[in-house]
Design a protein around this ligand. Structure first.
Ligand code: ATP
Length: 560
């Protein structure tokens, strides 16, 4: 727990954290001083105030009541200003913690290698980046509350020790016993925190899966089932939150009863020890103030341990991702192969699979020619294309450009020279133009138009707003074939040294397939293209047809 609190405190700038701690301490001291100032004030107010401590005599005899009252008001005002500064700075730091963790998790995500990312569940990351880091911010706020509460309680108890050491020791001892009695509740809060993390992930997973499969949900009439699934997950989440609140509420009841008993013991002790009213009243005020403080300390401790599992989850995810962090690319400037792009003896084994997806494969892609990979499902075509594209580092063998082997870092840099078009094109919510410029932000208007024409996507010019037409979420306001042709235009905009089309037409009708086939045929002899196609028009564009089976090359046919 100590390690996790240090980790969280380190997420913010040290000078600001120290400033906050200093403000908290100053605020706690004003609280103790304000109550102590009551001693001379009470002795000035009443002749029956009894024996006051020696330190209060000069104040009671030389300072007027109005001066003491003015001091008291000034102290309260100072405390109010300090508390204002504490709350603003505390909130600022809490948001800084959230930002820091959100940035850290997100950048670890985008830097991890493709093999690791493809094995993780997207909704788990989304839940961590959105809700998990909010819980961290909340945990941090409670950690600060714990620190400030402990400082104020310390100041109050020191003031009480000064007024009456015996009574104060009884109160401190009692208070510590009460706090120690809450240890089982804190352990429970920790377990509930773990459960809450799982419930958050489930809600996010249901949301993600449903949104992604909305067309399927509608066509299968599964709306009701989807709503029920969401209701079940949110009610589990709500139950976890209520269970936690109940545990916190029970702790509060116990605390109040324990504190009342302690106060009764202290007053009974005070009466038996003949303590002056001018001392007893401030003492009671100090002890009475301790009760809500102990309460908020206990609550903060419970909320803090409740947030600790979120921090552990975040750390575990970051560690997994950092272990899979890609090397920094070298030579990320675009490469221009003159004769060939080859793989030599490459093999890839996916985690948890006994059989290699690709093994002992050696293949040359002739520059400015089209190579088509065919073969049954699971033959290793996409895996081989990902090796050629630099997305997967082979476990064995190398990728070579013009006969020169690329280092692992060089292979990552090579990606800048490659463009992909997948079976399910990814379009972002925005206009056609924004989707194109995403790949090449500096591209000029005529370059955009040329790319659209080369990709058989001239239909864009006939859309109501042309390139400024909004494509909708994931391009849903366009047909599958239109989406695919815009995706092809976006890939061409990069002027890639290698264009990879992975089953780019397998979900399209024959007219759209023919349009994309015509676009590829139009690039014949001018661009290096690697196509994965089961059959049809794209396979006909091949200069070389490569047959794959069980991760190996079965046959190579030269057609040109
Ligand atoms: N991320 C992954 N994790 C584990 N195994 C994987 C992963 N990706 C692919 N595989 C496995 O590797 C093998 C080759 O898969 P790959 O996708 O390369 O085949 P493919 O020929 O492209 O198949 P298809 O034509 O069906 O797309 C398959 O057995 C597949 O199950």
């Amino acid at each position: 727990m100590k390690g996790t609190s240090v980790t969280l405190l380190r997420s913010v700038a040290a000078p600001r954290l120290l400033a906050l701690l200093a403000l908290m301490l100053a605020s706690a001291l004003t609280e103790g001083a304000g109550i102590i100032a009551l001693v001379p004030m009470l002795s000035l107010l009443s002749a029956d105030a009894g024996n006051i401590p020696d330190w209060a005599h000069p104040l009671a005899s030389h300072v007027t009541l109005s001066a003491l009252l003015a001091f008291f008001v000034a102290l309260v005002a100072l405390r109010a200003v300090l508390q204002y500064a504490v709350s603003v700075l505390q909130r600022r730091l809490q948001l800084e913690v959230v930002d820091h963790w959100r940035k850290t998790v997100f950048s670890a995500l985008v830097r991890a290698d493709w093999r690791t990312l493809s094995a993780l569940r997207n909704s788990d990351h989304a839940s961590m980046v959105v809700m998990g880091v909010d819980r961290l911010g909340y945990g941090f706020a409670n950690l600060l509350l714990l620190i400030s509460g402990a400082a104020t309680l310390g100041a109050i108890w020191i003031a009480a020790l000064w007024l009456s050491p015996v009574l104060a020791l009884v109160a401190v001892g009692g208070g510590l016993v009460v706090l120690a009695g809450f240890a089982p509740l804190r352990r429970r809060a920790h377990l509930l925190g773990k459960r809450l993390g799982e419930d958050y992930r489930r809600v996010q997973a249901v949301l993600d899966d449903t949104m992604r499969a909305m067309r399927l949900v509608k066509s299968h009439g599964r709306e009701q089932a989807a709503s029920e699934e969401m209701t079940r997950s949110t009610s589990d989440l709500r139950d976890a939150q209520i269970t936690f609140e109940k545990a916190a509420g029970r702790a509060r009841v116990l605390l109040h009863v324990g504190a009342a008993l302690l106060l009764a013991v202290i007053v009974a002790l005070a009466s038996s020890r003949d303590i002056a009213p001018a001392v007893l009243l401030p003492l009671i005020a100090l002890f009475a103030r301790s009760v809500p403080l102990l309460d908020s300390l206990q609550q903060a401790a419970q909320h803090w341990v409740h947030a600790v599992p979120a921090l552990k989850d975040a750390e575990a995810l970051i560690e997994t991702l950092r272990e899979a962090e890609e090397l920094s690319p070298t030579g990320s400037a675009r490469l221009h192969p003159a004769s060939s792009i080859s793989v030599n003896g490459v093999a890839v084994r996916h985690p948890g699979r006994e059989q290699a997806a690709v093994e002992g494969v050696t293949l040359d892609l002739a520059v400015d020619a089209t190579t088509v990979l065919v073969g049954p499902s699971g033959a290793g075509k996409s895996t081989l294309a990902d090796i050629f594209g630099g997305l997967l580092q082979p476990d064995e063998g190398v990728v070579e450009i013009d006969g020169q082997a690329l280092s692992p870092e060089g292979l990552i840099g090579w990606r800048a020279s490659v463009a992909y078009v997948h079976q399910e094109p990814v379009l972002f919510h925005g206009t056609v133009r924004e989707n194109l410029l995403w790949a090449e932000p500096e591209a000029r208007e005529d370059t955009l138009e040329q790319a659209l024409r080369s990709a058989s996507a001239g239909f864009v010019f006939d859309l109501p707003c042309g390139l400024d037409t909004v494509v909708g979420d994931a391009g849903r306001q366009l047909s599958g074939g239109e989406r695919q042709r815009i995706a092809l235009a976006r890939a061409l905009l990069r002027d890639p040294a290698l264009l990879i089309l992975d089953e780019a037409t397998s979900a399209l009708d024959s007219a759209n397939e023919a349009a994309i086939g015509a676009a590829i045929a139009g690039m014949a002899g001018t661009r290096t293209i690697l196509v994965i196609a089961h059959r049809g028009k794209l396979a006909e564009t091949a200069d070389t047809l490569v047959h794959m089976r069980d991760g190996r090359i079965e046959a190579i046919e030269n057609r040109s």
